[in-house]
Write a protein that binds this ligand. Sequence first.
Ligand SMILES: NC(=O)c1ccc[n+]([C@@H]2O[C@H](COP(=O)([O-])OP(=O)(O)OC[C@H]3O[C@@H](n4cnc5c(N)ncnc54)[C@H](OP(=O)(O)O)[C@@H]3O)[C@@H](O)[C@H]2O)c1
Length: 234
Amino acid sequence: MNPLRATRALISGGASGIGLAIAEALASQGVELILASRRQGLLEQEAARLGARYRVRVLPLVLDVSDGDQVRAQHAQARALLGPIDLLVNNSGVGSDYLVQDLPESEWDRVMDTCAKGSFLLTRACLPDMLANRHGTIINIASQAARHGYARASVYCAAKFAVLGFAKALREEVQHQGIRVHTLCPGLVQVPPPACPGDRKPGWLQVEDLAEAVLYTLRQGAHVQLDEIGMTGI
Ligand SMILES: NC(=O)c1ccc[n+]([C@@H]2O[C@H](COP(=O)([O-])OP(=O)(O)OC[C@H]3O[C@@H](n4cnc5c(N)ncnc54)[C@H](OP(=O)(O)O)[C@@H]3O)[C@@H](O)[C@H]2O)c1
């Protein structure tokens, strides 16, 4: 096992933005990857690029995290091809921009199902192997919106508060069985990343900052529980 205490990671939303930066950092450390989201072409492109660059196995996995049947079937397929997953990064998410009085019910469902239900479904799929092996890490990419309320972001805040609450309860269930649960709560992150350092927005985090935080959590001793990690740019 490498010093990260992870050998095979499933990253939802791993072909773009923060998820891709996390994937890149893990691949650079020799971790095998499963990149899971809906856009097949993008998944295949990034999986091929990372696999060639870092010489690790990278599997593109097309799934909608909000669909329980797809999550179950695609997780089983990935497991059959690569083996059990010992690191799950729940990163898939979508934003929303409505006043509450204008918020469509369908939008509430879309955001809650992607951010909150998606994290639950992937966690439920990955947990049996982690429990059987008494080894695993689950990292949730929440948000400062899991801690604070923001106007025009009610459903996003509700979904991210849900991710944080779910993670806290999960940790109570599994922390004595070799499984660690960490949640990152970043503020604004510049996505897509700037083409050059000069284009960085002041006060915003960069995707590499999130990737570095993931590596940091994975480098902790097995007895260390980091709970939630707040991050904001200055
Ligand atoms: N950027 C920020 O300022 C910021 C701040 C705090 C937290 N976050 C959180 O960070 C995470 C990553 O966001 P990002 O900023 O990197 O934006 P992004 O590039 O748009 O990433 C979102 C990812 O989620 C995937 N996704 C969306 N719906 C999905 C579904 N139903 N099933 C599977 N995958 C789905 C997308 O892939 P497909 O479209 O291919 O499915 C995409 O790869 C999100 O959870 C977001 O809430 C972002």
